[in-house]
Design a protein around this ligand. Structure first.
Ligand SMILES: [Zn+2]
Length: 287
């Protein structure tokens, strides 16, 4: 069989079988919609080209751990087998809540992984997916992180030296702004655009003393303001759902419908929506 790479997209009518990875999303050029690629095993499938046409995904019942490849009856933490979920640093609570980083207590699950991933520049950003939210990400995950959330706008605000520091800054921002995306609202329609630079200035002024405290703790230049321009994203959506109903392979292994749109990690079908990231590792047949 010839090698299948990102650039050799399979003919759209061929059924494909493989374990799902999260959707690969590339930002569109200025004013153009994001490009979505479904990844199932070694197969790559251009979803933008399928818009307006029927799409079927059928779960075979198999799940392979996204880390070790082992078969698992259930998926933990969006794609891991139970042993990996309990063992890997990337599955630890401190990834979701970086302010709980316990590296310095000597209890990091994988100190070397932590050094490579957590002790790297992190960015605190504002985004608009379903309204204003704060978030953190590794510098290298920009803009993937925002596209995964279905953000229509984003603005890097501060840069720090570690994931833990970004967690402390995020906790501070959460006094004023949510850190959550309301996925139903995100999928329901056009999100109203905001002036993120003005929001940034407002929040930085309000949080000034809190930020000064963190700088006292981590060093005067530990939390650096970024002077970047807001970015905007467009998603390929023909029609937003009036009512958001979600598909779930665990309940109904066959998901079919007309593909009406792609936003964040969701497929929008005329029969309902599905968060494909939630089913990372699920083996599906795509047709
Ligand atoms: Zn595993």
């Amino acid at each position: 069989m010839p090698d299948v790479t990102d650039t050799t997209l399979i003919d759209a009518v061929t059924p494909l079988q493989g374990c799902l990875a999260k959707l690969a999303i590339a930002p569109g050029a200025a004013g153009e919609v994001a490009r979505y690629t479904l990844r199932a095993g070694e197969h790559r499938f251009d979803l933008n080209a399928r818009l307006g046409r029927p799409l079927a995904l059928e779960w075979t019942g198999a799940i392979a751990c996204t880390h070790c490849g082992r078969a698992t009856r259930k998926s933990f933490g969006q794609g891991y087998c139970y042993p990996c979920f309990k063992k890997l640093a990337q599955c630890d609570t401190c990834i979701m809540k970086p302010e709980l980083c316990h590296y310095f207590e000597g209890t990091c699950r994988e100190p070397e992984w932590g050094e490579r991933h957590c002790f790297q520049p992190h960015v605190v950003y504002l985004a608009n997916a379903s309204g204003l939210k704060v978030g953190i990400t590794r510098r290298t995950q920009i803009p993937t992180r925002w596209l995964d959330q279905g953000a229509v706008q984003a603005l890097p605000v501060l840069e720090v030296d570690s994931r833990q520091q970004s967690g402390f800054v995020e906790v501070l921002f959460k006094e004023e702004v949510s850190d959550r995306t309301n996925w139903r609202a995100m999928l329901k329609g056009e999100t109203e655009r905001m002036d993120l630079a003005a929001e940034r200035d407002r929040l930085l002024a309000r949080l000034e003393s809190g930020l000064a405290n963190l700088r006292e703790r981590f060093g005067a230049d530990a939390i650096r303001p970024l002077d970047e321009a807001p970015v905007a994203f467009e998603y390929p959506v023909l029609e937003f759902p009036a009512k958001v109903v979600s598909h779930n392979f665990d309940k109904h292994p066959l998901v079919t419908g007309i593909l009406l749109g792609l936003k964040g990690q969701y497929l929008i079908l005329d029969s309902g929506v599905i968060n494909l990231r939630k089913f990372t590792g699920y083996e599906v047949v795509v047709s």
